[in-house]
Design a protein around this ligand. Structure first.
Ligand SMILES: Cc1cc2nc3c(=O)[nH]c(=O)nc-3n(C[C@H](O)[C@H](O)[C@H](O)COP(=O)(O)OP(=O)(O)OC[C@H]3O[C@@H](n4cnc5c(N)ncnc54)[C@H](O)[C@@H]3O)c2cc1C
Length: 515
């Protein structure tokens, strides 16, 4: 077989696999390659998702209500048409997942069980115990068409000729030709010292898209989950203790046994995710330990995955409170795309966590990201079917990239971002972080340079936005300001700029800017 594909999809999480399914339905004749670091079904953050997928499914619910909640969480930065697409197409995508065999929890009468999560007005989270992502990934992976070629490898370059994509480089040396490339490479959590994200979530796709000329948007918006299990010796990755534990009555206590959340918010444990995360940060700053007491809950029966993770880390939730810390969980920013996943580079598409569709604004509503992967992955597949599949006559020569990273330098990046771009930010802290990253530049060469690029762009965007909004909380600018009610936009080769909401990207805008 030659190394020429019609479409290469980079990433086999919910977003990448949704693209493949949708493409198969629209244009089965295309030669499609699916590039991933791990096997589909086990790849990326998708199988780690615990809570489930938010969707307007219940009798008392509607896409309009789901839209309302999503916009409220997004703190003024959501793109309304993208949110409408998310909420109105969500039920169709869940129906398709059920038809693929996803075995979500059901009532005795066969209807789907729906749970309620913080900031949702209705019960609308479709789930499979506390291993919902695993079930979704299993169903999507099992049904992957045989014609799709699985390619294990690491994306190291996006090859561009003139102003359009012509292929990719994998593993620092091997080039594959493709006139259409879809980035579905997930998040950035592994660039922070504490994260719930799996290995590989280093934002490489973001950096490579930027190097290929793509615009990035809202890079400063990082969501912190309040309750990661604070264990030693696990590197950056910490096991997640799902929000549903608090929903079912688990309490946040300190070393004195006091349930401290009421000091910080009237809704206590059930306050919005960013409020609880910040309260934990403050309580820890005051010298306290933070623990989740789930002893009164049937954790083993109701939260099998959490139970397993705790036992593996040496904690028994039935007999002891669990040490918890906030940790980086989700990146709202990403490669700027239109409603069909087109980036500002012709032939380059993006969906899932690596993209910025505008559905999450400044703060993601819980359980909306799996849905985003399903809906916008499907949309990319639909739009791709009509794309231009002419191959470039030849590929540009791409210098080899050394794959080895300096582990100490990467650990330093994690510390820098954790302290400089953490839960509480300031000009001084972010300037210090930028300077520290600059000093590290020479050690972050080759493959590690993507970490440097992404980290620097995130901090620059955070410095630029002189307000607090959604997940971007500054100690020196504590208010939300109408002046900043817009997106931070990174156009390669230019300084960070503010993009007004009215100028939300349509495809012609995006392409015009890149030419
Ligand atoms: C612990 C945890 C719990 C969560 N719970 C929920 C939840 O309950 N509900 C919800 O909606 N969301 C949840 N999320 C968020 C959600 O899981 C992710 O946002 C979503 O799965 C991202 O899907 P994706 O397809 O964009 O990327 P991923 O699933 O992360 O897949 C990324 C893919 O890209 C590949 N890749 C990455 N870099 C490269 C490279 N350089 N070269 C080649 N391949 C590459 C990876 O191998 C993988 O195949 C949770 C996240 C975590 C970490």
């Amino acid at each position: 077989m030659s190394d020429r594909f019609d479409v290469l999809v980079i990433g086999a999480g919910v977003a990448g696999m949704s693209v493949v399914h949708s493409l198969q339905a629209q244009a089965p004749q295309l030669r499609v390659g699916l590039v991933t670091l791990q096997a589909p079904g086990q790849a990326g953050a998708t199988p780690w998702a615990q809570g489930g997928v938010a969707v307007a499914w219940g009798q008392d619910d509607s896409p309009a209500l789901h839209t309302q909640d999503t916009l409220a969480a997004g703190a003024g930065l959501c793109r309304q048409d993208a949110v409408d697409a998310l909420t109105s197409e969500g039920p169709l995508r869940i129906q398709e997942l059920l038809e693929l065999g996803a075995d979500f929890d059901k009532h005795a009468d066969g209807t789907l069980e729906l749970t309620r999560e913080a900031a949702h007005q209705r019960r609308r989270v479709v789930h499979c115990g506390d291993a919902s992502g695993r079930e979704m990934a299993r169903a999507l992976a099992r049904a992957l068409p045989e014609s799709v070629e699985l390619i294990y490898g690491q994306l190291t370059r996006i090859l561009v000729q003139g102003s359009r994509v012509v292929g990719v480089q994998l593993d620092g040396q091997r080039s594959l030709a493709a006139p259409q490339v879809v980035l579905a490479s997930g998040g950035v959590g592994q660039l922070f010292a504490a994260t719930t994200n799996p290995a590989g979530a280093e934002g490489q796709g973001l950096a490579l898209a930027y190097e290929a000329g793509a615009q990035l948007r809202d890079m400063e918006f990082v969501q912190f989950h309040p309750t990661a299990l604070a264990v030693q010796g696990h590197g950056a990755n910490l096991p997640l203790l799902t929000e549903a534990l608090r929903g079912e009555g688990a309490r946040l206590i300190d070393e004195t046994g006091e349930a401290f959340m009421a000091q910080y918010h009237p809704a206590a444990e059930l306050a919005p995710r960013d409020v609880v995360a910040f309260a934990l940060w403050q309580h820890r700053q005051r010298g306290h330990q933070t623990l989740l007491d789930a002893r009164a809950l049937p954790v083993a029966q109701r939260f099998g995955q959490v139970h397993e993770l705790c036992l593996k880390a040496g904690f028994d939730p039935a007999v002891q409170p669990l040490p918890v810390t906030p940790a980086v969980h989700y990146h709202m920013g990403g490669v700027a795309v239109d409603l069909w996943g087109r980036t500002s580079v012709q032939g380059l598409w993006a969906c899932g966590e690596v993209s910025s569709t505008g559905v999450h604004g400044a703060n993601r509503l819980a359980s909306n990201s799996l849905l985003e992967g399903l809906v916008f992955g499907h949309r990319v597949g639909q739009a791709l079917a009509d794309a231009d599949f002419r191959q470039a006559a030849c590929l540009p020569t791409a210098p080899q990239v050394e794959l080895r990273q300096d582990p100490l330098a990467m650990a330093r990046v994690r510390e820098i971002l954790w302290s400089g771009l953490g839960l509480a930010r300031s000009q001084q802290g972010m300037e210090k972080a930028l300077a520290a990253l600059e000093r590290l530049r020479d050690r972050l060469t080759a493959c590690g340079s993507t970490a440097h690029t992404v980290a620097s762009l995130m901090v620059s965007s955070g410095l630029f936005r002189r307000e607090s909004r959604g997940a971007h909380r500054r100690l020196d600018y504590t208010q939300t300001s109408p002046h900043w009610a817009g997106h931070t936009l990174l156009v390669p080769g230019q300084a960070v700029q503010l993009q007004t909401l009215q100028a939300n990207l349509s495809t012609p805008d995006l392409l015009a800017r890149s030419l």
